[in-house]
Write a protein that binds this ligand. Structure first.
Ligand code: ATP
Length: 263
């Protein structure tokens, strides 16, 4: 854990986190604090354990160690309250293709609804806001199975937004999105963070990840670096974890990543 993260209130604090998948331990005694009201991006090579870490932080995977959400151990949260505070967008999520876009987004409101009760006006308003925010409103009557991969991803993003949670965890949210919608996603995350929400995402698009506030760099089930995206130490850690096959440059006010040929 870096010194700065230690002095800030953490939205998520993991201590001594280890997780096994099958026979193998894939997270090894990880400790990290993810700052509140910030966007943190988890990056690293294939198989580094990024998705496993995100699932462990969401309480979706049995693991050793502790995870605290907003200062309270995950296990101590009543299920419904936790689901109101923590929204999840998974990788390659299966979803009922027969459901309409509206109904899929409404699933995000389940934690707010009493058992078997009809959606309230507040639920409907939250779903409309979420579908408009991801430009999926026009498809609300179509079934999910009729949408392209990128369109479907925007609906699943709307479902996560509809929760209106304090903390959003997203695994590869840019999958299948074209460049304009990737840029829209960046703006959306910025707006969420400006409103005080915490966003934690796993991204393979390193150039996009460098727009985050903080990067967590992972390799082989461990965090090799956590730091600000503008920090040269973070850039060196990124280049190292990808075997010096990328280089971080500053161009027109942004950090960009260029491939480095194999020498
Ligand atoms: N069901 C499983 N059983 C055993 N090992 C698994 C299982 N699922 C994943 N793994 C292994 O766990 C490790 C971490 O996987 P994880 O999906 O967390 O990596 P990742 O960093 O998200 O990778 P990617 O960038 O490729 O999505 C990998 O070595 C993977 O092969």
């Amino acid at each position: 854990m870096n010194a700065r993260a230690q002095t800030q209130p953490a939205a998520i604090l993991a201590r001594g986190l280890s997780a096994r998948l099958g026979e193998a331990e894939v997270l090894h005694d990880l400790t990290l604090a993810l700052p509140h009201g910030r966007w943190t991006c988890i990056v690293g090579p294939n198989g580094a354990g990024k998705s496993t870490l995100l699932k462990a932080l969401a309480g979706l995977l049995p693991c050793r160690g502790t995870v605290a959400l907003l200062g309270r151990p995950l296990a101590d949260w009543p299920r419904r309250q936790r689901a109101q505070q923590l929204a999840w967008l998974g990788q390659n999520e299966g979803s009922a293709d027969d459901l309409t876009v509206w109904d899929v987004a409404m699933l995000g409101r389940l934690p707010h609804q009493a058992w078997l009760s009809a959606p309230s006006a507040a639920d409907r308003a939250a779903v409309e806001r979420a579908l408009r925010a991801t430009q999926a409103w026009e498809w609300r009557g179509r079934s999910l199975g009729q949408l392209s991969g990128g369109e479907r991803q925007r609906v699943l993003l709307a479902r996560a937004l509809a929760v209106e949670a304090q903390v959003l965890l997203m695994d590869e949210p840019l999958a299948n999105l074209d460049p304009p919608h990737q840029a829209d996603w960046l703006e959306l995350v910025r707006r969420l963070v400006c409103a005080g929400r915490t966003v934690v995402s796993v991204l393979h698009e390193i150039g996009m990840a460098l727009h985050a506030d903080e990067l967590v760099v992972m390799a082989q089930g461990r965090v090799t670096h956590q730091g600000r995206c503008a920090d040269p130490n973070t850039h060196r850690a990124l280049e190292a974890v990808f075997d010096q096959r990328i280089a971080v440059h500053h161009l027109q006010g942004q950090w960009v990543v260029l491939p480095r040929p194999n020498t």
